[in-house]
Design a protein around this ligand. Structure first.
Ligand code: FAD
Length: 520
């Protein structure tokens, strides 16, 4: 029987390496590509830059579908309300989507799968957001997520290389498919930011436009620099270069404009026959970090919170709204930290080590604020804000899980100087400080009054004094961290290798979903 099919785009905003979309086209007579503007995910807290990236990606997807004589239908509402309506209205018999491991997505998909069943709609989902099927990694590790990168590497190597990406559908694949492109054209088009009620006057230049076409163009551009790719070692890149020193492909991977498997296999092609760096520091290694945190997020309950998260050290963080606001709004009085937060707010992307600096500063380093608060700010402001990667990296940086050397604290002054003595990065993002001589630019409060006057910026009046005395709070915080570590239950204190044993089944919600929908 030929199907009337909805392919539901959520992440995976692309045509290439989209196995669920390809299964939608099998025995298909009518195709409806749909994106749902779910108010739970897309709401007022989501930053404007992220909104712009999403809308750009949807526009690009619509354009590519139009080249196949199809289009994208953007529907507003809760998926649980939207789908039963669409199933009936369009006479749908099949629903396809890319598998998503986030807890909200799992319960959402479970609900929609149930509604599909009630409406006689077959559901097919495919794994293509990650390199591997995350549940396979957990199974392979006796039902538990690997808690160290080494362990992760050994599990992954036992699985063999990731699947090769599949090509995008062509007009040939669409031969027998009718695409009711004119239906509801007006109502379900791509909304503009204006129509969605956003004030776009604060937007700055769009440095990273959303969309698959842009993602593949950027990937190609990077892959042409084969020597750079082969020599890439993450710790050697710089948090404060004026041009990004890493790929900035993360927003594209997060929204699925770029398939992680395509990225992986392009790297493999570049590496072929050449001497190249290796995980954890290589670009392959970066993609494995992504896989590592995804696996942890699936296998560890309450992964995005401290409470009831079994791997997370319980710390008596302070509640300090003033400190949190100063950090978020780039008013800490430490130019390196404030420049990074300014870049984040205006451009939506900051380098990995810059994330290290501000995350350590907010938590165990200086302000002693719960990492969960920082996670929320990143989630809204980062173009690449990703549930699993954000939670995992914040736990790492706050020494709450995975990383335990809490006595190693980044200095908000010395760290940035290593790669930018002159303070050019600070001058770019905090032009107020641009006339300070290099010796004072990281610590302008130390400049004599005459120097401050000559620079046209009086500290305490035009730019804040440091919010804390770094050397004092660093020592105090290390002691507080020692106390928190002393109270850790034995399960958290034992070595990761001991924790790997024991059989446990994969999380039950995944089981339920697997039973309800069919993965071919
Ligand atoms: P590249 O160095 O070019 O790496 C290539 C790809 O590998 C990236 O695009 C990304 O998909 C992946 N990757 C690289 N580093 C990591 C890492 N440490 N963990 C997981 N995947 C990685 N990354 C996100 O994509 N979303 C987030 O919400 C996020 N939150 C973070 C929060 C904190 C506190 C920290 C310290 C890091 C966070 N990261 C997050 C990880 C990392 O900083 C970014 O993935 C990276 O900086 C993106 O830049 P890039 O694409 O140039 O990376």
């Amino acid at each position: 029987m030929a199907h009337t099919c909805i392919h539901w785009f959520r992440k995976g905003l692309r045509l290439h390496d989209n196995p669920a979309l390809m299964s939608a086209l099998k025995d298909c007579k009518e195709l409806y590509p749909v994106f749902v503007l779910d108010p739970f995910l897309y709401n007022d807290t989501m930053g404007l830059n992220r909104w712009r990236f999403l809308i750009g990606s949807l526009r690009d997807l619509d354009c590519s579908l139009k080249k196949l004589n199809s289009r994208l239908f953007v529907v507003r509402g809760k998926p649980g309300d939207v789908f039963p309506r669409l199933f009936k209205k369009w006479g749908v018999t099949k629903l396809t989507y890319e598998y998503d491991t986030e807890p909200y997505s799992l319960s959402r998909d479970q609900n929609v799968t149930q509604l599909a069943k009630e409406n006689g709609v077959e559901v097919i989902y495919k794994v293509s957001h990650t390199l591997f099927d995350i549940n396979r990694i957990i199974e392979e590790n006796n039902g538990k997520p690997p808690l160290t990168y080494n362990r992760m590497q050994s599990i992954v190597s036992s699985l063999g290389p990731p699947k090769k990406p599949i090509p995008a559908p062509t007009t040939d694949d669409m031969n027998d498919v009718s695409c009711p492109s004119s239906k509801d054209e007006e109502k379900n088009g791509i909304p503009t930011l204006d129509e969605l009620g956003h004030d776009i006057s604060s937007l700055t230049e769009e440095l990273f436009p959303g969309g698959e076409e842009e993602a593949l163009r950027r990937l190609d551009e990077h892959m042409k620099k084969s020597q750079w790719v082969c020599n890439f070692e993450k710790p050697q890149t710089s948090p404060n270069s004026l041009m990004p020193s890493t790929t900035v492909l993360s927003p594209y991977v997060t929204f699925g404009c770029l398939s992680a498997r395509t990225f992986w296999w392009k790297l493999t092609e570049v590496y072929q026959g050449k001497k190249h760096s290796a995980p954890p520091v290589s670009l392959h290694g970066q993609l494995l970090w992504r896989e590592f945190f995804y696996t942890a997020s699936v296998g560890i309950p309450n992964f995005n919170q401290m409470k009831d998260n079994p791997v997370c050290t319980q710390v008596d963080w302070d509640t300090n709204p003033e400190f949190l606001a100063a950090w978020r709004e780039a008013r800490t009085g430490f130019p390196f930290i404030d420049a990074i937060m300014t870049q984040l707010r205006s451009e939506g992307w900051i380098h990995h080590l810059a994330r290290h600096a501000v995350a350590c500063f907010l938590t165990r380093g200086d302000l002693w604020i719960n990492w969960v608060e920082g996670q929320k700010v990143f989630e809204d402001l980062l173009l690449d804000g990703d549930w699993a990667l954000n939670a995992g990296n914040w736990q790492w940086l706050s020494a709450s899980a995975f990383f335990h050397q809490f006595f190693r604290v980044y200095s908000p002054v010395a760290f940035g100087k290593k790669t930018d003595k002159n303070g050019d990065y600070i001058k770019k993002y905090l032009p107020l400080l641009k006339k300070f001589p290099p010796q004072y630019i990281y610590e302008p409060w130390k400049a004599p009054r005459s120097v401050q006057q000559a620079a046209g910026c009086i500290i305490g009046k035009d730019y804040p004094k440091p919010i804390v005395e770094h050397d004092d709070v660093r020592k105090k915080n290390i002691q507080r961290m020692k106390l928190a570590y002393a109270k850790r239950p034995p399960a958290q204190s034992e070595s990761p290798s001991k924790k790997q044993g024991g059989k446990r089944k994969a999380p039950s919600v995944v089981d339920t979903l697997n039973k309800k929908a069919k993965s071919k």
